[in-house]
Design a protein around this ligand. Structure first.
Ligand code: ZN
Length: 694
């Protein structure tokens, strides 16, 4: 590992930040980002840094402030606002106490903030407060963990880093750890850093550069030592699975797995708390799960206790698809039973769901689980890091050893962690996955946006082309990581199956399907070409049927219900002249959706229809239907494009211009299950008495 320090970059940070924040915090921000840039040092909120600096109060008195990384900030993108300013003196005075429980410590940290709006400071704040140095860098570096997380870890650290560092056996983070670090530091005044067993590394310095480079130097020494003593590992495999075969197997079992992981809620309208899956199907994970001693290698406690909320205390091993329900039920039982066994009267109530976060399956690979794709992706990163560190340990001929379960439990139910969790509120569709067909059209795009706004993960399906590409570009900025463009021709059974498969590979299943793809054509019956009618019939009727059928198959596998909201049209109830092919084929599709409501109710699937009138565009995205219909209607009525929109507005009771966002709201009404309704049609037309569903 090399130092990323650059005088030029440091000067840039000083120029940008020091006028407002002062020099110490400007450089603290810079080197914190340097640490964050090395994934081998910190990952997803792991690690924290601090600086001590003078601060003037409103009355003009100078006080010493401790700026510590606040929760919710990652080092790689931290700004000065991400450091919580604290009153240093009263915090460092706490060192005199023989004991301070977690809740009281958290209270002290919160009341000592200089800024009431500042984020909750790191749970490791007192460690920073009890050490005298100006700059402190604390990381959970991979190379350090590869040495500490072994039964003979202390000797290995000594061999790698020499006598210049102090070594502290594992201590519960918080007050106890801070006190132990301070005591060990006092006993070894000349040491240049401290290794916390099964936890990480602490370095310090009078300057930002000195503290940062001490971290880099110690981690580099650990890396070099590991490289010197490592040998290639050969592993006995029970079988060899091709990555493609594993992927096929996963696509088949993922909805079943996702369904089994959903927890019952007791709410009849929202009976399942769902999750999102992120598979890791690679040569490396397959070599692990297919190894003779696969379970032994895979099922170990996390690298450090800060991974716990992402990983739980242990991963879950599932032998094969048939074992999914039992394995999950047993995991949940063990998790609850562990809580009973290890909790004390001081433990907060069981806040975490008993769902596994990492699953290993022979012949399939690893599967990460989160309440959202964002969470599952973090777990996937942690899984990658964990497997890499374990490989390093095997290569140096060592044995992986994680923390004791009691230590893990103490961290999992740490008041500050619980507080962090309680703050996050969930949007109504946060744990849901949706598929919208015809996504690149005006109504489709509006629906995608509406669903994303409610936290949903959305696959937008359409024909390949610029419209889908530009939608993907727009929505990936709108909702990073939650929009998946899917190329799908709804008239092809294979393409429909492949589109659903892409969605399953990405998120594990589907909960909400919006058949929306449609074609329009203007011609009087005696002019209508049979070929044109057949074209509409293939997209509007067969396309809807294929999507409904595939959705039904997956919903049944998943066994957690689902919702279908079919985009029908006002024309089903009030057809238009010269619009026979469209009106008739949409009526057939509408009827299919009603039949789906009859067939799928017993599986907890609700099927409803939304019947809009005259949506001309979605912002700059024109409606394909109106591109087809508009010219004819303008000609018939002697109107221009604006005049036609006015005509449609004026013909409804409310004189409303119907937008894609209005259609999206109607979809959301059903998708968020505000009423126990199925087989119903909701018009979105400003009031057209002729088109009232009957
Ligand atoms: Zn730490």
């Amino acid at each position: 590992m090399i130092s990323r320090w650059s005088d030029h970059e440091a000067a840039g940070f000083l120029e940008r930040l020091s006028p407002r924040w002062g020099e110490p915090l400007a450089l603290r921000t810079y080197t914190s980002r340097l640490l964050g840039a090395d994934k081998g040092l910190v990952l997803h909120g792991g690690g924290n840094t601090s600086v001590k600096a003078k601060r003037r109060t409103l009355l003009g008195t100078e006080v010493l402030a401790l700026f510590v990384k606040g929760s919710g900030w990652d080092l790689d993108a931290i700004e000065p606002e991400g450091f919580t300013p604290l009153d240093w003196q009263p915090l460092r005075a706490l060192d005199a106490l023989p004991h301070l429980d977690d809740a009281a410590m958290v209270n002290e940290l919160l009341i000592r903030r200089f800024d009431a709006e500042a984020p909750t400071p790191s749970i490791e704040t007192l460690l920073h407060a009890f050490l005298p140095h100006a700059y402190i860098d604390h990381t959970h570096a991979d190379a350090i963990l590869a040495l500490t997380n072994q039964p003979d870890g202390q000797a290995r650290i000594r061999a790698a880093l020499g006598d210049g560092v102090a070594i502290l056996p594992y201590v519960h983070p918080g007050f106890e750890l801070a006190k132990a670090v301070a005591a060990l530091h006092a006993a070894h005044p000349g040491c240049k850093g401290m290794v916390l067993m099964k936890h990480g590394l602490v370095t310090w310095g009078a300057s930002a550069k000195e503290s940062y480079e001490a971290t880099i130097e110690l981690v580099s020494r650990a890396e070099n030592h590991i490289a010197q003593i490592s040998k290639p590992v050969s592993r006995a495999l029970r079988r060899i699975t091709a990555v493609n075969a594993a992927r096929e197997r996963y696509l088949d079992l993922a909805p079943r797995l996702r369904g089994a992981l959903a927890l019952p809620t007791g709410d009849p309208d929202h009976p399942h708390a769902r999750c999102v899956l992120a598979p890791v199907i690679t040569r490396e994970t397959l070599n692990l799960v297919d190894a003779e001693n696969g379970p032994e290698l895979a099922i170990t406690p996390p690298l450090t206790s800060d991974h716990l909320i992402r990983t739980k205390n242990l991963p879950l091993w599932i032998d094969d698809a048939a074992a999914i329900p039992t394995a999950i039920a047993e995991f949940q039982h063990r998790y609850r039973e562990r809580f009973q066994r290890l909790s004390s009267p001081a433990t907060p109530p069981m806040t975490f769901d008993p769902t596994p976060r990492m699953i290993f399956m022979p012949g399939v690979g690893a599967i990460c689980v989160g309440r959202t794709a964002f969470e599952a992706a973090i777990t996937r990163d942690i899984l990658g890091q964990t497997l890499q560190v374990k490989e390093q340990i095997l290569a140096m001929g060592g044995t992986y050893q994680g923390l004791e379960d009691a230590d893990l439990f103490a961290m999992e139910y740490f008041p500050l962690q619980i507080k962090k969790l309680a703050r996050s509120t969930e949007k109504p569709l946060a744990r849901h996955v949706a598929l919208v067909t015809g996504a690149a059209g005006a109504i489709g795009a509006g629906i995608c946006r509406g669903l994303l706004d409610q936290g949903c993960h959305v696959a937008g399906a359409d024909l390949a082309g610029a419209a889908l590409d530009s939608l993907a570009m727009e929505l990936n900025i709108w909702a990073p990581g939650r929009f998946l463009p899917v190329v799908m021709d709804v008239t092809s059974p294979d393409a429909v199956a492949a589109g659903f498969a892409a969605l399953i590979e990405q998120w594990g299943g589907v909960d909400l399907v919006i058949p929306n793809a449609g074609l329009a054509h203007v011609a009087a019956l005696d002019e209508l070409q049979p070929a044109m009618f057949q074209k509409l019939q293939r997209v509007n009727v067969e396309g809807t049927l294929l999507v409904l059928a595939e959705a039904a198959r997956i919903f049944k596998k998943q066994a957690t219900g689902g919702d279908i909201v079919m985009i029908s049209t006002k024309n089903v109830f009030a057809p238009g002249a010269r619009f026979g092919a469209y009106s008739a084929t949409k009526a057939a599709a509408h009827q299919l959706a009603r039949i789906a409501s009859l067939e799928l109710a017993e599986y907890g699937v609700r099927v409803n229809m939304v019947a809009p009138d005259g949506v001309f565009s979605d912002g700059a995205r024109p409606s394909g239907l109106w591109a087809e219909v508009g010219p004819d209607r303008m000609k018939a009525r002697g109107l221009d494009a604006d005049g036609l929109q006015e005509y449609y507005r004026n013909r409804n009771l409310l004189k409303a211009r119907i937008t894609a966002a209005h259609v999206a709201e109607a979809v959301l009404f059903f998708a968020t299950r505000r009423t126990p309704t199925t087989g119903a049609t909701l018009p979105v037309d400003g009031g057209l008495p002729d088109a009232t569903p009957r």
